[in-house]
Design a protein around this ligand. Structure first.
Ligand code: CA2
Length: 152
């Protein structure tokens, strides 16, 4: 199983700024946990992980992996609330997508309550801090194994 993991803008600052909102773990810590969990899985899982502060670069990475990826985990960060381009890229590749958030976006400012991405995702996991990524990887593995049937 090939899983593309994408982190959106400013997430490279995790653990270095605003720990009261996003916690103390760094992006490198999150990636290391994902790699560890993938390696510990009984299934053969390859992760390709990228972070970008640029909308167009995220769009390109999604398109470039159309034939490689079996599924996509994405925390689009602020682009969640603004990006039709990332939504279109995700719907074009037609792979299972899980939208991830560290925070519970519905408990925050009103402008974070709308996501352009959710409608093209099989599901959304947020509010569990860095554990949101672990939960999302687990869900994606089950979806790709056809053990979990996403419900509409
Ligand atoms: O909760 C999430 O994961 C978010 O995607 C994080 C985004 C925010 O715009 C979304 O509404 C919810 C912000 C990511 C910025 O990350 C920072 C990390 C450390 C310091 C500053 C920003």
């Amino acid at each position: 199983m090939n899983i593309l993991v994408l982190h959106g803008p400013n997430l490279h600052l995790l653990g270095k700024r605003q720990p009261e909102i996003y916690g103390h773990q760094t992006l490198a810590d999150i990636n290391a946990t994902l790699d560890r969990n993938a390696a510990a899985s009984p299934h053969e899982i390859t992760l390709k992980i990228s972070q970008s502060n640029h909308e167009g670069e995220l769009v390109s990475i999604i398109g470039d992996n159309i034939d490689w990826a079996d599924g996509i985990l994405i925390n689009p960060a602020a682009y969640t609330h603004t990006s039709v381009a990332i939504r279109d890229a995700l719907s074009t590749v037609a792979l299972p997508v899980i939208e991830i958030h560290l925070s519970n976006i519905y408990a925050r400012e009103e402008f974070r309550h709308h996501s352009y991405i959710s409608a093209v995702a099989v599901g959304v996991i947020g509010g569990f801090g860095t554990h949101s990524y672990t939960l999302a990887l687990e869900a994606m593995i089950q979806i790709l194994q056809k053990k979990l049937e996403p419900s509409v």
